[in-house]
Each structure stands twice: as structure tokens, then as C-alpha cells.
Design a protein around this ligand. Structure first.
Ligand code: URA
Length: 428
């Protein structure tokens, strides 16, 4: 084949067969298809889409671009989890130890932040000493020993996704359903778990802006998983406002630790428990919500978290610091300009601001300031009186008036009270 002909084929609305897709992915990973041709192809896919068999062939070609982990040495049904990205999304930090506390092995690979969305790996690295790298053997050993490991995506797995993802990030080709579906599912399939829970975020702060699109993405991924024998369930969740109260890195660890210690808000606990219920069910373990909540209150989920931190080199003497308030050079309190109800707290604006405060990267080479971030005091649906605290911004860079007004633009206060649900739909 010639890449230029394949780009033209898609541009003109054609569909690829398996051999064409295999050729493109193999040659892209080998370096003989250059980035500029791959990015032209990604843009053509944005406009022309892909049919079900193209998506499935692309996913499997990506799986075969690297190694596949074999977790069969770990007994029990291994359940993995993946979110399509969000702001303040610390779900894995709580859900993984919670599920593991019921004896279900959790062998998870997580990613770094992308654009305005945060990454579990970055958050974990805000714990001094914590090591996100493990060999396949070390990963398996840890899950056998303590029932849980959350590590970085191994360089050996799904090589095509590493390359494509970085390329898509800078060519406006991230939010494309066939490319997200193949990116997520190739990683989940290669990582070797038996069952998968997908958190498909929707709204202002997510890549899917409408529930209709989120539904298509969810259905596509669930069908992909099932077609290769992995039981897969997708939950469509609200990302129009940030998840929980903390947005950043170390402060999200704090919120996770507090929630693991029974101190989460009722809504957040319920949300996490409902996700845990699905993961446990996928592992063949039916539990009620009150039974699940118990493990957040009796220390069992927290104990799993601590065991994981220790097993991955985290400094146990640093544990107290994990729940201390953020320490930064600059701190700005945002107060309500009037009395009313919070009706919107735009996740995209808040996520971009957190990134500008130092909590995320603008380019791949940027380093993250783990102490930077935002702590919300109010969420959508809350009543506020004039001058009430809405949020505190933390940064080691000076916080300009412009940034403060960017935050204010993300907050809407009006007279009518609205309520937002976290879980919108479940796709099986
Ligand atoms: N998360 C992924 O892993 N891949 C995407 O393409 C988008 C979100």
C-alpha cells in the first residue's frame, strides 16, 4: 500500500479492510509512516468516521503493536477500570482499593493527565517515593501478594497508542469516537484483565459533550470488549462540573484518603459504591450498597490503599502529610458575588485553570507542581450567600487577576436550584 492512497480513500468516504489497517499500524509503529500522514488520516477519520469492523480491526491491530500481559497466574476474576477523562476524577484512587478490599484482584494500568484532564499516575506520584513502574512479573507478583497494583502503562504495551495519543493531542484529533474507542479498548485488552468497567464521561469537561455521543462511544467499547470475550460494562457519568471537591494532584490524594477513611460526602460515597457494585458483580461477587459502604467506614479499603503505597515504594512517614492542607506560595479565596444557588461550575474552565496554576502540563515536557490546585467549597445545587467561600486557588506562581476572572467565568449563580446526577446511564 501507499499511505497517501489510504488517506485519500478515507477522505473520500471509503472503508478499510483488515489488511490495510494492519499495514498502517505496523508501518506507523515501525516509523515508515510519518506523523504527518498519520495526522492527516486521523483528521479524515474525524470527518468520515469508521464502521464497526474498521474499529474492531483497528483496535486489534493496536493490541498487536505491543506485548499482551498474561494475568492467568493470578487466581480469581481480574477486573480493570478506565475513565475517558475528567476534571477532579480521583475515582481509581478510591475504587481500586475498595474493590480489592472485597478480595477481588485489581491489576490496573493508569495514564497521565492530558490537556485539561488529570491523570491517576500524576496524582499517585505526588506521594513521595511512589513508583509507578513495574515489570510484568513484578506487577503480577504484587497483585498476587496484596490484591492490588496501579502502575503506569508499560512501554511494551500498545505501542501504537503511545504514538497516536501524543499525535492526536496536538492535532485536534482527540475527540473522535473510533479513535477513543480503539485507544481505550486496545489498552484494556492488552492489559489482560477478564472484565472491564468503563467510565464514559460526558459534559463540558469531557471529550464527549453530548449524552448521545457518550452513548455511541459506550456501546462501541462494550461491544468491542465482548467481541474478544471480556465482560464489559460502561457507565455514562456527568462531567459538566468537576468530580468531588479537589482538582489537582496531592489534594486529590487527600480527598481520596478521606473518602477511604469514611469521610466522603454522601453523594460521592454513593457514586463510588455504585461503581464498585458493578466491578464486584463483574467479578461474580454480588454486594449491596450498604455492604460496600461498610468497607469505607471500617478501614478495610484504606488498608488496601496503604498496602499498595508501601508495596510501590511510597514513604509511610509521609502519610500524615497526604491529608494536610496544600502548601503553596500563593493562595486566593474566591467568594460569591451574590446570594443564590450554584447552577453551573464549568469543568473545562476549572480544569484549564488548575493546569495553569501548575497542576497539569501544557506541553509534554512540563513538570507538574503537585501542591498546586483548586479546592472547591461549593458544588452545583448548593446555596450561597453573598461573600461565601466558593473555592480556594493554590499556586506557586503568582495568580493573576486574569486567572481569577477565568475562574469566576466558570461559576454561574442564579435563583433556581438545580441538581446534577453523577451516573446518567449504564450500558451493558
Ligand atoms: N482516554 C484514552 O485512553 N484514550 C483516548 O483516546 C481518550 C481518553
Amino acid at each position: 500500500y501507499r499511505m497517501v492512497d489510504l488517506i485519500q480513500k478515507k477522505r473520500d468516504g471509503g472503508s478499510f479492510n483488515q489488511s490495510e489497517i494492519d499495514w498502517m499500524i505496523e508501518n506507523y509503529v515501525a516509523g515508515s509512516v510519518p506523523d504527518y500522514q498519520m495526522s492527516a488520516l486521523a483528521m479524515a477519520i474525524y470527518f468520515k468516521g469508521m464502521n464497526t469492523s474498521e474499529i474492531s480491526n483497528l483496535t486489534m491491530a493496536m493490541v498487536h503493536s505491543g506485548k499482551e500481559f498474561d494475568l492467568s497466574d493470578i487466581s480469581g476474576i481480574k477486573v480493570d477500570k478506565h475513565s475517558t477523562g475528567g476534571v477532579g476524577d480521583k475515582v481509581t484512587l478510591i475504587l481500586a482499593p475498595l474493590v480489592a478490599s472485597f478480595g477481588v484482584p485489581v491489576a490496573k494500568m493508569s495514564g497521565r493527565g492530558l490537556g485539561h484532564t488529570g491523570g491517576t499516575l500524576d496524582k499517585l506520584e505526588s506521594i513521595p517515593g511512589f513508583n509507578i513502574e513495574k515489570t510484568e512479573a513484578g506487577f503480577i507478583e504484587q497483585v498476587k501478594d496484596i490484591g492490588i497494583a496501579v502502575i503506569g502503562q508499560s512501554d511494551e504495551l500498545v505501542k501504537a497508542d503511545k504514538l497516536l495519543y501524543a499525535l492526536r493531542d496536538v492535532t485536534a484529533t482527540v475527540d473522535i469516537i473510533p479513535l477513543i474507542a480503539s485507544s481505550v479498548m486496545s489498552k484494556k485488552i492488552a492489559a489482560g484483565s477478564d472484565a472491564i468497567l468503563l467510565d464514559v464521561t460526558v459534559g463540558d469537561g469531557a471529550f464527549m459533550k453530548s449524552v448521545e455521543d457518550a452513548r455511541i462511544l459506550a456501546r462501541t467499547m462494550v461491544d468491542l470488549g465482548k467481541s474478544v470475550g471480556r465482560e464489559t460494562v460502561a457507565v455514562i457519568t456527568n462531567m459538566s462540573q468537576p468530580l468531588g471537591y479537589a482538582i489537582g494532584n496531592r489534594n486529590e490524594i487527600t480527598e481520596a484518603v478521606n473518602t477511604l477513611n469514611g469521610k466522603g460526602t454522601a453523594e460521592f460515597r454513593q457514586f463510588i459504591a455504585e461503581l464498585a457494585q458493578i466491578m464486584l458483580e463483574l467479578a461474580g461477587d454480588k454486594k449491596t450498597i450498604p455492604e460496600i459502604l461498610q468497607n469505607l467506614d471500617n478501614g478495610l479499603a484504606y488498608a488496601k490503599f496503604v498496602a499498595m503505597i508501601k508495596a510501590q515504594g511510597g514513604d509511610p512517614t509521609a502519610f500524615e502529610n497526604l491529608t494536610a492542607p496544600l502548601k503553596t506560595k500563593y493562595k486566593v479565596e474566591i467568594r460569591a458575588p451574590k446570594t443564590g444557588f450554584i447552577t453551573d461550575e464549568k469543568a473545562l474552565g476549572v480544569g484549564v485553570l488548575a493546569m495553569k496554576l501548575g497542576a497539569g502540563r501544557a506541553t509534554k515536557a512540563d513538570t507538574i507542581d503537585f501542591e498546586a490546585g483548586i479546592l472547591l467549597a461549593k458544588k452545583v445545587g448548593d446555596k450561597v450567600s453573598n461573600n461565601d467561600l466558593i473555592a480556594t486557588l493554590y499556586s506557586n506562581r503568582e495568580i493573576s487577576e486574569e486567572l481569577i476572572s477565568e475562574f469566576n467565568d466558570s461559576i454561574v449563580i442564579s435563583d433556581e436550584q438545580v441538581h446534577q446526577k453523577e451516573i446518567l446511564e449504564i450500558v451493558r
